[in-house]
Design a protein around this ligand. Sequence first.
Ligand SMILES: [Cu+2]
Length: 395
Amino acid sequence: MTTFLILIVVALLAIALWQLTKIFDLTQVGSRVNDTQVADDNDNKVNGYLMFAFLVFIYITTIYCVWNYGHFPLLSDSASEHGPLVDNLMIISLVLIFIVQTITQALLHYFAFKYRGREGQKALYFADNNKLEVIWSSIPAVVLAGLILYGLYAWNNIMFVDKEQEQDAIIIELYAKQFGWEARYAGTDNVLGKANVRYIEGVNNLGVDLSDPNAQDDFASTELHLPKGKRVIFKMRSQDVLHSAYMPHFRAQMNCVPGMVTTFSFIPTLTTTEMRERPAIVEKVANINAIRAKNSEKLVAKGEAALEPYTFDYLLLCNKICGASHYNMQMKIVVDTPEDFNKWMKEKQSKTIAAAVKVAAAEAAATEAQAAKPDTTSVTTTKDTTLVAHSTEVK
Ligand SMILES: [Cu+2]
């Protein structure tokens, strides 16, 4: 394949060089190039019709692509309350671009054909035409202003959360680091304790300030659970570089910036189970599994294990290229019914970060006490493994 590409590049370079020398020859006064090299009426006519043929080719390709690939099942299947606003903006932009491109492309090719070169015909030249300029400046200006105004309206609607909405909301922290996510729930008081990267130590891998009373009931999770129909306010932090919390199904994205807290808020409208039953998702899952089944056949033939069938899950992804394993930076999102969510919260609430830190400290003290005893050969390794084991458990 690479050799083939190199051959094509070399051939194209040769053609370009040949054309350049030809143009250079033609521009010389008293050129020795014979008359057949200069385009005559017939050549221009052929080129004019070829312009038309190319237009037909573009339209046939467009119709073919729209027919075969123009099915955007996921474009109107958002799972958040503000989702349809974003989807509408996307659909309006797509339709506008499609109409404008169809008209301007046709005009471009038609005029190229209509005013093709003819013997003795001279091009009409005028320096400016106010009427024309007003038309072609004002139409795009009005259309773009409309799009931008609608965009601003959507943005304000999505980003503005008033005090009343804030009081009803659940506060969750999204903590980004190379390369993974962790969520911190504010616990029963619904207020997140202070945190700082300087406090990161041992099992306290989110840097929670344990002297803050609000931090006492905070707990961490590596799975993001959200309740359906309830506003969630995300407070985002990053430990190292710029990351971007991207939740495509909820039409949500916000950068996570080291040294500051960014915010995004939305109301989930479909539980994971409900989303799995949506026709668009059923179709998507069936497509993926058909591809997996095909690939599995090849793997099994090679004696390897078959691929597991795919089931749909909401995902939180990183949408900033933040390093070598950026592609792998994702967390499963589970949207529960309010009852299931409360059940999950109750289960998790006992496993606070503060408690985990206390347990780890007690364990460390115990191993240190053991270390003080005469037999010290295996003590250091014991201490390390308990800490590692514990930190994975908390995750
Ligand atoms: Cu990232």
